[in-house]
Design a protein around this ligand. Sequence first.
Ligand code: ADP
Length: 477
Amino acid sequence: MKKILFTASECTPFVKTGGLADVIGSLPQALQNEGLCEVRVVLPLYDEISSEWTEQMEKTADFQVQVGWRSQEASLYELKHEGVTYYFIGNDYYYTRKGIYGYYDDGERFVFFSRAVVEALQHIDYEPDILHGHDWQTGLAVAFAKIFHPGNLKTVFTIHNIKYQGLMPHHAFNDLIQLPLEHFGGFEWNGMINCMKSGIFHADKITTVSPSYAEEIKDPFYGESLHPLLRERNADLSGVINGINAEDYNPMKDPNIPVNYSHSRVKKKENKEALQEELGLHVNRDIPVYIAISRLVEQKGFHLLERILDEFLQQEVQVIILGTGEYEFEESFKHLAWKHQSKMATLLKFDEGTARKLYAGADFFLMPSKFEPCGLSQLIALRYKTVPIVRETGGLKDTVQPFNEITGEGNGFSFTNYNAHDLLSVMNYSLSIYHQPNLWDKLIKNVNKSQFSWKESAKAYAGIYSGLTETETAPEE
Ligand code: ADP
């Protein structure tokens, strides 16, 4: 069986800021459960990781990692959880901080981590066939693996969001990376050291998290300046849609929600009432509830929502926003909630339990993203029988089919142009379907049938892995 070593900057249940953590926390299990390969995972040991986990970790090695002219301590810890072995790399200077990103030296923190991942290969009892790096934080791990282990260790690099690239001034090549100058071109892009570019440049295979996004990022609008490189590497680039852990996100068993349910719409409405009551909204199970659960950033289409919510809220509807992020959005959604007190709530926090109560209690999930590599929230919404309303981009386009009254097909609502009034009209249309029981029934039946498990995608990843390792072992002519 192929041995794969994942590396990433976040992973449920240990530490999460977004969908990347959900993927790293569920794809290894899916690959193993399908009997496709063995997967282990290397993560940074942040202070954020709770003692519930750190108490179970076993320290297995201490070693030194060269970051430019400095030699840094790395401690290696091991933990088994649900059949997967996790390695954690600790360092008192880089990770004993609040939160996990947003520091002036994030670039250096992940140069250290990436170098440590490759060094750690000598200290673990596991010889991977493939190192699989995820997003910019591990782009350099893929590069170091390629440079230090040419030939015998294959590499895959997955782009979860090309907007975040891990940029550093070009002198970081000398100060932090310190490789012979011939390698400079593999790390530099537009005059900066670019960790995302380094991963894309060095990896044997590149994947991204949906087929549509794999096409989009070759275009200047979505490619965030890296489109020429992606076009060059087109033959090695593919898109595999993410799944979710359907056991964890399970309305039948979720302990965070007041009433567990499967297909019962009455029980779902009981969750709605509990939510309305908790948030001080008008309690009425028949009022449609629209939610957004997200980082409050431009990517997620909040400029559009900000523009039309006031008008939308003139009708008998309720809106709940859960998220943290840019000041502009936090302020304007707080203001709207103040203005429409019994109809709208804005919760400025990151809280898994609250998120699940919202998924369970709502009728519609709003995700009008400007771009969306895959998006997991719309899949979680579908799992909780909450109808997604999305913009047709990236993974949203690949997972949500617009409802068609004539054919009765489709599991949500969608619009094409990044335009606030297109969003408003599709939200108004969703409201009209909600009030027509025969059509609403058809839509909910389609939602119930939607697929979001990892099964097929895990097979696609396994195919990429075996394609890589088989070329290596193919007999010579
Ligand atoms: P991204 O990774 O771009 O942030 P995704 O849709 O792929 O977006 O994943 C977002 C994940 O983070 C989902 O699991 C979603 O439920 C969760 N999430 C986002 N914001 C919050 C929040 N404020 N509180 C709890 N969970 C959140």
